[in-house]
Every structure is written in structure tokens, then in C-alpha cells.
Design a protein around this ligand. Structure first.
Ligand code: PLP
Length: 373
């Protein structure tokens, strides 16, 4: 049996998304900047995609800037945001994805910003009291805190954080990559200034995404070149990717409540199955409780099988991901699990679901895990 439970890494492309993309790969090849009919056709497709995405998030089309994915969107928010909005201080957390963490470290190494790491509560929840304190102690601040954590599923009280930022005149950026397509998000209610999105986390194509930038915040270009994306990101647009991204979001939002109920059912079933089958199993972060419903981060009892765990899953046809990756004999522990003070001697496995998973697959996963252990 082949079981794919690594959907926080990437999801399979929806066949309907592929159908929407194919005409722009086969026939509709005009450059969207050309003024002839071929160009107008692809320009119209981009405009339509932008409008539909903006509608889903309750923002205006002019606030959506297409990028090559979540990593680029985060880079644009942080790099262009810092230089364009006069930012000198950034408040963030050690739980961020490397797309944010490494960009912030680069900006600090260049002497452009001072970084302030927010304290974490038990299980990795962001200490909003500390965010408030840091906001009151610093000027020219950007807060960058992710909406949903890709490893441990922790959810930020995003609207509350946005309110704090507004009250303190700070710019608020959030990496919403793991949340878009999985929740009904209203970016205005969340009081976001900037938010990063990636298409391949909700059955869209890889290397597609966008940055939302509130119309009141004027960013300088991130990529210099032609006038694409209102002069913020030069380069001929990824037309079929953008078409696929918008179609994937349409489908995700249309079926969100049904798919969410299905995935939540599978997750609860897996939690019970693991608790019944394995002594001393627990769940990292908020993933076993009220966290992101697509992610479960399982902490297993200490075993000498640890090093071979993912390999054994793989040879049994199961794709999941681990809290530690073994590369050239060196164990690189997850920065997220270390930051929340998880017991790093215990093996951790991240299981992440999509609408395509079934109870049979969960049964097979639990049975295989028991055999491996
Ligand atoms: N941010 C988070 C929270 C992610 O999970 C990912 C992907 O793993 C990214 C950013 C990067 O997105 P992309 O793969 O589109 O560059």
C-alpha cells in the first residue's frame, strides 16, 4: 500500500487545477505584456485569477503580488518591507519557517535591523504579553509571526496580534502559507499588512504563490526588471501557474467545510489509534489539540530504531516527515522542536493530512508503526 501523509510539505495537484492550466501551457502562449490579442488573452487570465484570489481573502486585487511561492513572498515582505517602510526592529519567533528566519538573519547581518525574539509559552504558544512589551520598547517595528506552524501546528491569535501592531504603529507580516486554503481567512479582520501564500499546500502547482500587501503600505520593487506586478516584481508572469493557483484556491474554499470535517475526523481517529497501540505516545506543540487540523506531530518513546524510522516508513510505502533529518551521518534536529524544548531524544514524526486521505490509510500507518517499533 502507498500512503502519502506529508501534505504540509506538498499536496498532489488537483486534476481540475491541471485542466485549468493546460490551455495556457498548450495554446494560450502570448506574453501578458504584449498588446495584441494573444497577450490580452493571458493578461485577462492573470487579472481574473488576481480578482478571484482577492475576493476569497476580502482584499483588493491591487494588493496581491504574484511570486514564485511562499519563500519568495516572505523574502519580499521582509526585504522590501524593511527597506521601504523604514523598519529598524523586527519582532519574530524561533518557530518561523527558514524562509523567514534565514531572511531575518541576513537582514540583521547586513546591519539593517535588530531582531527581537519573542518568548514562547508552554507548547510554543507566542507570549503576546511579551510582544506588547517589545512593541512598547521599540520604534520603527515590523512584527513577523506565522499564522500556522508547519511542524507543530501552533496557531497564532492573528487578529489579536494585528490589533496590538496597529495600536503600536507597527507593520504586521504573517507567513500564512499553511493556513490559506484551510481556513476562511479575512485579511482585513486579521489586520494584516502583509501575508505570504504558497499554491502547492492546497493542491495547486509548485512554485506559485503571492504576497498580500495592504494598499496603505507602498513597497519598493523586490525584483527589478519590467513593469510586471505593478513594478514590484519584474519578469514575465508564470501564467499557467497563476491560473492553477487561483483555481486551487477556488476549489479549496468551495469545499473547505466538508474537507475540514473529513480531515479532522481522520486526525482524531489517528490520535485514538496511536494512543491505543503505543504506550507513552504524545503530541508536540498544539498539534494534538486545537492547532492546525492538517498536522499531527507525534512524539514516540525512545527507541534504538529512531535513526531508521523514516526509512522504514518509506520502504513500507508511507511518506511522512521527521523531526530530525539524518544527513551525512549528522543529525540535524528540528529548530522548531528544539525551540519549544521538546525532548530531542524521543523520535518525532510529522503526519500531515489532505482531503485525499482515508481511514484505511490511517489503519495501515498505525499497524506499520507498531511493527517498526
Ligand atoms: N512557510 C511555511 C510555513 C511553509 O510551510 C513553507 C513550505 O514548506 C514555506 C513557507 C515555503 O513555501 P514554498 O515552498 O512555496 O517556497
Amino acid at each position: 500500500m502507498k500512503v502519502y501523509l506529508d501534505n504540509a510539505a506538498s499536496t498532489p495537484l488537483d486534476p481540475e487545477v491541471l485542466d485549468a492550466m493546460l490551455p495556457y501551457m498548450r495554446d494560450k502562449h502570448g506574453n501578458p505584456s504584449s498588446i495584441h490579442a494573444y497577450g490580452r488573452e493571458t493578461r485577462a487570465a492573470i487579472d481574473d485569477a488576481r480578482r478571484r484570489i482577492a475576493d476569497h481573502l476580502h482584499v483588493s486585487p491591487g494588493e496581491i503580488f504574484f511570486t514564485s511561492g511562499g519563500t519568495e513572498a516572505n523574502n519580499m515582505a521582509l526585504q522590501s518591507g524593511v527597506s521601504s517602510l523604514g523598519i529598524k526592529n523586527v519582532i519574530s519567533s524561533k518557530l518561523e519557517h527558514h524562509a523567514v528566519l534565514h531572511t531575518l538573519e541576513f537582514l540583521e547581518a547586513q546591519g539593517k535591523v535588530k531582531l527581537h525574539w519573542v518568548n514562547l509559552k508552554e507548547g510554543g504558544a507566542i507570549d503576546l504579553g511579551h510582544v506588547e512589551q517589545l512593541l512598547s520598547e521599540n520604534d520603527q517595528v515590523m512584527v513577523s509571526l506565522m499564522h500556522a506552524n508547519n511542524e507543530i501546528g501552533n496557531l497564532l491569535p492573528t487578529a489579536e496580534t494585528g490589533t496590538l501592531c496597529q495600536a503600536n504603529d507597527a507593520v504586521f507580516h504573517s507567513d500564512t502559507v499553511q493556513a490559506i486554503g484551510h481556513y476562511h481567512l479575512d485579511f482585513q479582520e486579521l489586520k494584516l499588512d502583509m501575508a505570504a501564500c504558497s499554491g502547492h499546500k492546497f493542491h495547486g502547482p509548485k512554485s506559485t504563490g503571492f504576497l498580500y500587501v495592504n494598499g496603505d503600505r507602498a513597497l519598493q520593487p523586490f525584483i527589478y526588471g519590467g513593469p510586471q506586478e505593478r513594478n514590484r516584481r519584474g519578469g514575465t508572469e508564470n501564467v499557467y501557474g497563476i491560473v492553477g493557483l487561483a483555481r486551487a484556491l477556488d476549489i479549496a474554499i468551495e469545499n473547505l467545510d466538508r474537507d475540514r470535517a473529513h480531515i479532522e475526523g481522520l486526525k482524531a481517529y489517528l490520535i485514538t489509534g496511536l494512543q491505543n497501540a503505543i504506550d507513552d505516545v504524545h503530541f508536540n506543540g498544539e498539534s494534538g489539540g486545537d492547532g492546525l487540523y492538517t498536522v499531527l506531530n507525534v512524539s514516540l518513546p525512545i527507541t534504538e530504531k529512531r535513526e531508521m524510522l523514516l526509512f522504514n516508513f518509506d520502504i513500507n510505502g508511507i511518506a511522512v516527515s521527521g523531526g530530525s533529518a539524518c544527513s551525512s551521518g549528522v543529525n540535524e534536529d528540528s529548530h522548531v522542536l528544539s525551540a519549544i524544548g521538546a525532548d530531542m531524544e524521543r523520535p518525532s514524526v510529522r503526519i500531515s493530512f489532505s482531503k485525499l486521505n482515508s481511514k484505511d490509510e490511517i489503519d495501515y500507518l498505525v499497524k506499520t508503526l507498531v511493527e517498526i517499533l
